[in-house]
Design a protein. Structure first.
Lengths: 382, 382
């Protein structure tokens, strides 16, 4: 049994996905062992996690600056995200970081041939071509953690042919039936109150603008090698059907569950096995009477349209999309712009970008930096 | 490519499933070849099928009695159903017969280690223990053709563990919301008018009484080795979700399609491949706005309850269930009993039956004969 314990590094361990990953590890101490932890801001929580799981490998930015006294004593090495991601003692790297910060670690893990449980969308969106190429070259395995991509992955299990069509479901967010005028008045508090999922702040705002769904379309294109024309978005407010796959013969498979991120997290960790976990909720068909579906409103939610266009255009456009959205969401959360201005800022940044075809990592990071600067210029110039 | 042509025998080729199987064969002449055909009553259609597909092996009861002049000339042998089912030139035996008649052929095919595409429910219901044991012993493969069992089979594809729960969906039939008084007035014409599926007469009546769903529960128990406690029936009037499987981790997979039997027939024939077939309909998500679910009314539709009870009791009870239902449905179609009397006759026959534990084939056939006689006695005695 000892040989089958999977050694995990969780990058972003204090965020929502990181904490839920540790919940799964707690439930199966004979299946999983935490050997690496990494977090950005929440030093207190990281310290408690280090005390509990006693990882040998730790990353924390302030610890690196202020020395070891910022963290509890222990037998661990302080390393960079990339060093943990490629460390020989790690079997599975859980990329639960937020925004562009996970890109370097994802690439390091993929180049080291690791199993990479990917919850952070931006690495694949920004550098999907590079990451999937390096994964194939180095025998790395990308294990989707997002509920939608986990659903697609589960539906493709055992199939001998690729998907004919992917149907990505979207809750539609809290403002699904708002008028344009109502959307102008949306506050950060309203936007952070997602109807079906508990998530981090950035992804919750992205869900409200439908930017999140657009990033997922681009992610699906790279994870499952399906052209954009064969990826459809369908609004499904109950968040029970997490996505669907249509096959060449017209048969469709769907994956359903209670909206609880621990289910796709656990599947990514336990794959190809499934583990009976009494802490995970089960669907109760005596209470589910109707599952509804409707097309997304691309006019009202232009972030979805912008993301799909950026994905189709390729090059460094997706990196600019991610970076400008990341800055715009921060500006909205700090009440410096309105909810509807997020899409406007992203669009104006994309319009001004000169993309590079088949960019390398440095060109992608340069586009990221350019876009962040550009959004700030747009704001200060008005 | 020549080596990969699958050689098919279609038993029950003039029935609904048989004709649709031939439609699939017509669409893929380089994938499938008809080497055997068998039909009961419809001699004219069988003659046309023989002229078109030129099978080497044919069964027809009247041809056997009246000699070859009853069928068009050709280079075929007249054989019994069992002889065709185990013939060395046959790779896949499609059991598209109706009622108990398919049992002998199914057993012959399984003992000969064939791939057996099974649409006829009664063989597995009557003799599931024998058929699954012989299939395992002889390396035969049971390929479900029923839309529900095909759905479950597709959902289990690639999974390393058995289902934790099977959710069999049911359209609910045309009388889903009828009152007991309304149900008493149902005519054969009304019962033959199924809301979503085009099928043969026997299975259409069984769908209206929900007996069909009960037979499917027993079938699922044998096909997927899942205990009765873990098989649930859920009414889904749109007939788009064809069934679902819940796994140990709370994740559920569903298979969906337009209600068209050619989709599961083609999957059984092409498995593990899927074939792009432009003649098959695809789901149109711009028209599907709601999928609804409700529990079945076991009080009103007592055939479902009777079937599950007979399945749990095992022995020769399921054979008595099938035989008494087959006779009762014929009596209803010939207007000798009312719709609601079908369940009553089945129940009274089951009550009087003395079951045998782990019966052999002869004991099963004896129970079948006993039940048919018993129903007729009940009718004549009133």
């Amino acid at each position: 049994m000892g040989d089958t314990v999977k050694r995990l590094a969780v990058l972003g361990s204090t965020g929502s996905i990181g904490q839920q990953t540790l919940d799964i590890v707690r439930a199966f101490p004979h299946k999983f062992r935490i050997v690496g932890l990494a977090a950005g801001r929440n030093t207190d929580l990281l310290a408690r996690q280090v005390a509990e799981f006693k990882p040998g490998l730790v990353y924390h930015p302030s610890a690196a600056e202020r020395g070891r006294e910022a963290l509890p004593p222990g037998e661990y090495k302080l390393l960079s995200l990339e060093e943990i991601a490629r460390h020989p003692e790690v079997d599975v790297v859980v990329i639960a970081t937020s925004g562009a910060v996970g890109l370097g670690a994802t690439l390091a893990a993929v180049k080291a041939g690791k199993k990479v449980a990917l919850s952070n969308k931006e690495p694949l969106v920004m550098a999907g071509e590079i990451i999937t190429r390096e994964a194939a070259l180095n025998g790395a395995q990308l294990l989707p953690v997002d509920s939608e991509h986990s659903a697609i992955w589960q539906c493709l299990s055992g199939e001998t042919q690729p998907a004919a069509q992917i149907i990505l479901t979207a809750s539609g967010g809290p403002f699904r039936h708002y008028s344009p005028a109502q959307l102008e008045e949306v506050t950060p508090e309203q936007a952070l109150n997602h109807p079906s999922w508990r998530m981090g702040k950035k992804v919750t705002i992205d869900s409200a603008t439908l930017m999140n769904k657009g990033l997922e379309v681009i992610e699906a294109r790279w994870l499952f090698n399906v052209p954009f024309d064969d990826i459809k978005v369908l609004v499904h407010p109950q968040s029970i059907v997490h996505s669907m796959v249509e096959f060449a013969d017209g048969s469709v498979k769907a994956q359903l569950s209670h909206p609880d991120m621990r289910i796709p997290i656990q599947y990514a960790l336990s794959y190809p096995e499934r583990l009976a976990n009494p802490r995970l909720p089960r669907l109760d068909w005596s209470t589910i009477t109707s599952l509804t579906f409707e097309p997304p409103d691309l006019g009202l939610f232009s972030c979805l349209r912008l993301a799909i266009e950026a994905g189709r255009s390729g090059g460094t456009f997706p990196a600019v999309l991610c970076a400008s959205d990341e800055v715009a969401v921060e500006l909205f959360l700090s009440r410096r712009i309105r909810f509807v201005d997020i899409a406007g800022l992203v669009e104006r940044t994309l319009e001004r970008h000169r993309s590079i075809v088949h960019p390398g990592l440095e060109e992608i990071m340069a586009a990221d930096t350019w876009a962040r600067e550009r959004v700030k210029q747009l704001i200060t110039k008005g």
